[in-house]
Design a binder for this molecule. Structure first.
Ligand SMILES: C[S@@+](CC[C@H](N)C(=O)[O-])C[C@H]1O[C@@H](n2cnc3c(N)ncnc32)[C@H](O)[C@@H]1O
Length: 218
């Protein structure tokens, strides 16, 4: 859904509930369910940008991953450009970011204890860089939405996913405080690399890498 439609609906009292009931807009979790239904079950997954873990819970429930790595620095950004972001102007400071990290740790205490979920506090590029290449079945990108950050996330995700693996993410649309940076980065990325499948729907992008090339015969 376009950012503009959400902005209008949120500005009118009662309009959000009515729009949801009429199916004019969908909640983020409903609009992303189709994505989860297409992802491999029981695989290795990373979510870049966790916030409070709402989508992480959906990933766990619907795809039952063998491993889910939750990557987020939970760092308060004070630069002016982050004024409208969840981790800038919409947070009260670093104490709130630390509290969000602690809430996520508590929320997933059981799967963390069982080794299914791993919290990786840090920048996406640094954290993913520590994994072997071709480690993940799929990666969901929903971290820093500025163009340079999304481009870097896409490139590291390309290296760290398996052949036929999926690179997916949120907020593929124009506008937002990030000025369409996600859309621009994804549009350039799909031209730079070959993909077996490209799905752009409901603000989500799903890019399936090409399968491994067959071994050459001598
Ligand atoms: C839109 S929220 C994520 C929402 C979450 N995926 C969900 O759907 O429930 C964006 C998150 O990205 C995180 N973030 C910011 N910079 C990041 C970076 N360099 N690497 C990873 N995460 C980052 C922020 O701290 C914030 O929690």
């Amino acid at each position: 859904m376009s950012a503009t439609l959400w902005q209008v609906v949120r500005a009118i009292p009662g309009a959000r509930r009515l729009a949801l009931a009429l199916g004019i807009v969908r909640t983020a979790s409903v609009s992303r369910r189709f994505l989860l239904d297409r992802m491999p079950k029981g695989g290795r997954c990373a979510e870049i940008g966790v916030h409070l873990g709402d989508f992480s819970e959906e990933i766990l429930r619907r795809t039952e991953p063998a491993e889910l790595h939750l990557i987020d620095p939970w760092r308060h950004e004070t630069a002016e450009i982050y004024g409208d972001s969840l981790y800038g102007g919409q947070a009260r400071g670093q104490a709130e970011m630390d509290a969000r990290h602690d809430r996520v740790s508590e929320r997933f205490a059981a799967p963390i204890a069982g080794g299914q979920v791993v919290i990786q506090r840090g920048n996406s590029v640094d954290v993913l860089g520590r994994f072997p290449d071709a480690y993940f079945d799929w990666i969901y990108i929903d971290g820093n939405h500025l163009y340079e950050f999304v481009s870097a996330d896409l490139e590291v995700a390309f290296r760290k996913t398996l052949p036929s693996g999926w690179i997916t993410g949120d907020d593929y649309h124009g506008g937002g405080w990030w000025q369409g940076g996600v859309q621009r980065a994804v549009d350039e990325f799909v031209v730079r690399h070959a993909f077996a499948n490209v799905v752009l729907r409901d603000g989500q992008f799903l890019l399936q890498k090409a399968p491994a090339a067959p071994a050459a015969k001598c």
